[in-house]
Write a protein that binds this ligand. Structure first.
Ligand code: TYD
Ligand code: MG
Length: 455
C-alpha cells in the first residue's frame, strides 16, 4: 500500500487542538500539560479510498425521497427519549462518561433488548475478556443467541468482521482501545481515535448499521477524550452521575436526530441499570421533615419537570471572609442571589457562612430554581421551616423582581402529581398555569412577596 508522507504533530488529548510544537497550556481548552507528540500521515491511502467509495454524485434536493424516518426501539424508554425516539439505522452514537459510571452496562442492556427482539448485534470489546463480559451479563439476565461477542482491537479485522456478519447494531467498547494500521500513533492518541472513528463512520453510513462507540472521559492527558470526536459523530451522549449516588443521568450534548435537552434517568442496581420513570419521586426521597432551610423547586430538563430539594444553611461565621459554597448550581449565581437578599430584603448575611446544596447531587443550570434558593436561605437565616407541601419556582432579577419562566403549567402539574398543595410562582406565569384543583397558586412579583407567603 502506498503510504503518505509522515510528520509529527502535537495534539491536545483533551480537545484535539493541533500544534506543530509542544505547548504547556492548550489555547483551545486551557488545559495544562495535555500535548502529546503523534506521527500522522498526510492522508493515508486506505482512508482516501474509503472516502471516495462513500461519495456519490450530486443530486437535486427535490429528488431526495423523504420517507418517515425509521427508528428502532432500544428497549429502554429513557434511552429512546434521549436519542429522540429510538435508534436511527446507520447512525453513529458516542457514549461518553467517566470510567466505572456504567457505559458498558448500559450498552450491554441495549444489546440484550435488541437481540431479544431478534436483531443481530455485535459487541466488540477491546477492554474486557469474554469471561468478564459474561460475568457482567450474568448480573443483567439472560441473553439471546443473536448477540455475538468479539474481543478485538484491530480495526481492519473489525471492519472485515462487520462486513461479514452484517449486524444491525455494533457496540465498540471503547474507542480508545482501537487501532488502525493506517495510523502509526499509539491506541488512544488523538490521531488514532479519529482514524478509528472515521472508519466506523464509513461502515455505519455505508452498511446502514447503527454503531455505538464508548469513549472514556479522562482526567489526565494521556488518552484522548471523547471531546476530540464530537464533531464526527451524529449523536453525543454523556453518562454522568455522582459516585456516591446510585442514579445516573444520560444527557445528549449533540443530536442530529433530536433535541439535545432531554435526559434519561437510571438507577444502578445489583442487576444492572433500572429506568427511573419518575425522577421527581426519586429525587425527593429521604427529605427531612420540618427542617428549616429546605424547600422544593422544579427544574425542566427538556420536556420533563423534575422536582428537587434545595437546601440552604446559614450559620454565624468566625471568618473575616465568610464562606459561601454552592453544590449543584453555579457559585456566582448564588452570590448574586445573596446580594439581592442583602440589598432588597435587608437580610444581614455579611457575617454568616452560607452553604447551598441541591440534594442528591443533581446539577441544575436553569435560573428557575432562583426563587427556591432565595426562600431556602431566608428560611435557614430565620430558622423557620417552610411548609413541606410548598414548592417554588421563578427566576430572580437584580432588583428583586421575580421573572417569568417557561412551561409553568407542566411544573405545576408535576407539583400536584407529587402531592404539593401550594406553589409559589411568578405572577406573570399564574394565568398560564391555569386553575388546578387542590393546588393553591401564589403568584408573586418580588422576592419580598414570596417571603411573605412562607412567613
Ligand atoms: P461499567 O458498565 O463497567 O462501567 P464503564 O463501562 O462505564 O466503565 O460499570 C461499572 C460499575 O457498575 C461497577 O462499579 C459495578 C457497577 N455495577 C452494578 O452496580 N450493578 C450491575 O449490575 C453491574 C453490571 C455493574
Ligand atoms: Mg466499560
Amino acid at each position: 500500500m502506498a503510504k503518505g508522507r509522515t510528520t509529527t504533530v502535537f495534539f491536545c488529548q483533551s480537545c484535539g487542538y493541533e500544534s506543530p510544537k509542544w505547548l504547556g497550556q492548550c489555547p483551545g481548552c486551557r488545559e495544562w500539560n495535555t500535548f502529546v507528540e503523534e506521527t500522522v500521515e498526510k492522508k493515508s491511502a486506505g482512508r482516501a479510498r474509503e472516502e471516495r467509495k462513500a461519495a456519490a454524485a450530486p443530486v437535486c434536493l427535490s429528488s431526495v425521497p423523504m420517507d418517515e424516518e425509521e427508528r428502532v426501539s432500544s428497549g429502554l424508554e429513557e434511552l429512546n427519549r434521549v436519542l429522540g425516539g429510538g435508534i436511527v439505522p446507520g447512525s453513529l452514537v458516542l457514549v461518553g462518561g467517566d470510567p466505572g459510571i456504567g457505559k458498558s452496562t448500559l450498552l450491554l442492556q441495549v444489546c440484550q433488548k435488541l437481540s431479544g427482539d431478534g436483531r443481530e448485534v455485535l459487541y466488540i470489546s477491546g477492554e474486557e475478556s469474554l469471561k468478564q463480559i459474561k460475568m457482567r451479563a450474568a448480573r443483567i439476565g439472560s441473553f439471546s443467541d443473536k448477540l455475538r461477542l468479539f474481543c478485538e482491537t484491530n480495526l481492519d479485522i473489525i471492519s472485515e468482521t462487520i462486513r461479514e456478519v452484517r449486524p444491525q447494531t455494533v457496540i465498540i467498547d471503547s474507542i480508545q482501545t482501537m487501532y488502525s494500521e493506517n495510523s502509526s500513533s499509539a491506541p488512544g492518541s488523538v490521531s488514532q481515535v479519529r482514524e478509528a472513528t472515521s472508519v466506523l463512520l464509513g461502515l455505519a453510513k455505508g452498511l446502514g448499521v447503527s454503531v455505538f462507540i464508548v469513549g472514556h472521559v479522562t482526567k489526565e492527558g494521556t488518552v484522548a477524550g471523547p471531546r476530540v470526536l464530537e464533531h464526527m459523530v451524529d449523536t453525543v451522549l454523556y453518562f454522568e452521575g455522582d459516585r456516591h449516588a446510585s442514579y445516573r443521568i444520560l444527557r445528549a450534548v449533540k443530536n442530529r436526530f433530536g433535541s439535545t435537552n432531554e435526559i434519561g434517568v437510571f438507577e444502578m442496581r445489583e442487576n444492572g441499570l433500572a429506568e427511573v420513570a419518575n425522577p421527581s419521586e426519586f429525587m425527593l426521597n429521604g427529605r427531612p421533615e420540618a427542617a428549616s432551610g429546605s424547600i422544593v423547586a422544579c427544574s425542566m430538563e427538556g420536556t420533563r419537570p423534575i422536582l428537587l430539594e434545595i437546601q440552604a444553611l446559614v450559620t454565624r461565621s468566625p471568618l473575616a471572609m465568610p464562606r459561601r459554597t454552592a453544590a449543584g448550581m453555579d457559585y456566582n449565581r448564588v452570590n448574586l442571589l445573596l446580594a439581592v437578599l442583602e440589598k432588597r430584603l435587608r437580610l444581614q448575611l455579611s457575617n454568616s457562612d452560607v452553604y447551598i446544596n441541591i440534594a442528591g447531587g443533581f446539577r441544575v443550570g436553569e435560573p428557575a430554581i432562583d426563587l427556591a434558593v432565595v426562600l431556602a436561605v431566608v428560611s435557614s437565616a430565620r430558622d423557620r421551616a417552610v411548609d413541606e407541601k410548598t414548592l417554588a419556582f421563578g427566576e430572580v432579577g437584580l432588583s428583586g423582581e421575580v421573572r417569568a419562566v417557561s412551561q409553568a403549567a407542566q411544573r405545576v402539574q408535576e407539583a400536584k402529581k407529587l402531592g404539593f398543595t401550594t406553589v409559589i410562582l411568578p405572577e406573570v406565569c399564574r394565568e398560564q398555569a391555569g386553575e388546578i384543583k387542590g393546588v393553591r397558586l401564589c403568584g408573586v412579583r418580588t422576592v419580598a412577596e414570596a417571603v411573605e407567603v412562607i412567613s
